[in-house]
Each structure stands twice: as structure tokens, then as C-alpha cells.
Ligand binder design. Sequence first.
Ligand code: TRP
Length: 334
Amino acid sequence: MGENKKVILSGSTVTGDLTLGNYIGAINNWKKLQEDYNCHYFIADLHALTVQQDPKALRERCFSFFAQYLALGLDPEENTIFVQSHLHEHAELAWILTCLTPMGNLNRMTQFKDKSAQTKNINAGLFTYPVLMAADILLYQADLVPVGEDQRQHMELCRDLVIWWENRYGEGSLKMPEAYIGKAGARIMSLQDPTKKMSKSDENEKNFVSIIDSPKKIQKKIKSAQTDSDTVVTYDPENKAGLANLLTIYSVLSDKSVDEICKDYEGKMYGHLKVDLADLVVETLKPVQEKYDDLMKNKDHLEDLMAKGADKARVRAQDTLKKVYETTGLIFRR
Ligand code: TRP
């Protein structure tokens, strides 16, 4: 099953919680993606170690993230969902690729420059972060990798690595991946700064609704969402970006068109719309939160699902690692 489909691979670091933007992206895309592609999703817990973590909190966050994906409806039967550190192949391939990566290329990574400027004690893992990411991708012979703008340079390094590899060892063991630009769906923007995307790693909590925020928190965040001083509810993303964002969310969650919604609020204030939208978001996320709570109550079951995902992922990972060992002159263990 899924053998002839192209492979999509996507990793997620465990900072922040998934947002309403992720929810909307998920309901719009996941079903279709899982029909068309052989989808691999993983929790990048090894990447999380590049910054200092409290061990207990990290473990809890990994469980939570895994549960959040499942609660959003990612189906572990139809997709391969796993935890990065459960496959030692990631670290092994990362080491081999590290030995192929020129220092100079890593020195040029803007994310490293940004992050290391903000951190006092910089570790080598932060520096080689992009190589581990390349290993994640190449291990599964991924065709397509959905990444945001901030990960483009890392994607380029991954593609460079395939070229360096082929220059040294010849073609055949690693597949050249491409960045996957999904169809432009509804773009959900930050609640306080509607010019930028809603992001789970935003340092200002008021900018996003997390899928596991309490109803009270959701209501507060939506009511305080930035709008303009006009009073008429119209869809005008140029001049009324904040309101347009709320209307987009409303439209996606209610299945009503933006025009219909504007009509419904004729002669009413923005406040009315915000109150109703907040209720709608709370109602929408209710089943997600119930599922999440159930999953989090049973860690044993979660660990079983993680193990099943890892078993599925291991088939491809082993296949690649074997080729890599043979190509580089290492003896592949029996
Ligand atoms: N670096 C990615 C991020 O911060 C997460 C990630 C790790 C990833 N490995 C990956 C994404 C492999 C895609 C493919 O978002």
C-alpha cells in the first residue's frame, strides 16, 4: 500500500502548541494528502535538544504533540506518524552526512546566526541542526517536503548534500527532494499582527489560538484580536486585515461564504462578530480537545501508537541506511 505514491515527509519541532491555523490546514489538506501521497510525519525531538530542555517537560511535550496530531485527525493507519528519536537511523545518517558537509556552508545558515546570537551557550548541535534535518528527509527518500519560508535554506543544504554525495559516491543511494508548496488554502494570520502568519512558535501568546486553549482563553484572545476603528463589517484584506482574518476563520469554520457572514452582521458591531466567532471556535475545538484529553490520559496507548509508527517508518529508513553503509564502505550489521 502506498508503494507507488510519492513520499511526503514533514517534521515538527516541539515548541508551542498546534494552532487554529494548523487545525484549518489539517482539515483542508490531510485527507487529500493521505490519498495522493505516502505521508510521513514525525516529532523532531532530537532537534529539540539543540536548545536546553527540562527533561520532564520535554517528555510531556512529545506526548502532547503526538496526541495533538492525532486529535486533529491525522490517521495513524493511513499515514506514518512517529517520533524521530525512536529510529536510531536518523542520528546515524546525520553523522555520515556531517562528515560530508563543509563547515563554511553551515556557517552561512541564517537560522544558526539568528539563534546563536540569542543564546549564551551555543552547542555544536545547533550548528549541525540542518544536517540532522537533511538526514530526516533523505532517510525516507522523500520526494516532497512541506516547509515554511524559514526552512528554505535548510532545504537547499539538503539538496546540496545530495549533490556532494553523488560527487563523491555516485548516484543511486539518495533521492533529491523538493520543497512542497501546498495549494494556497485559507491563510490564517496572527490575531494581533494580521500581516504575519499565525505561528505556534510566536513569542506573544495573544497572536494565536492553540487547539488546546481553554474556552475562556479562546474567548479572550478572539475578543482582543486587533481590528480597525471602522464599524461596518466588510471584507477588505488590504485596509481591514484584522477583520478580514476573523472573517476568513469564521467562513472556514462555518462553511458560510464571507459575503453571507458580512450580510448577517449588517448594522451590527465588530464585537458581535467576535463573540459569535469565539463561540464557534470553542465549539469547533471541543471534540478535538476531548480526543486530546482522552489520548493524554493513556500514555501507554500513546507509546503503543508511537511504536507502531516507528515500525512502519523503519522499513524505509533501514533500506536507505543499508545502501548508505554499503556505499560509504561501512559494514552493514546483520
Ligand atoms: N526544522 C523544522 C522546523 O523547525 C523541523 C524539521 C526537522 C523538519 N526535520 C525536518 C521539517 C525534516 C521537514 C523535514 O520547522
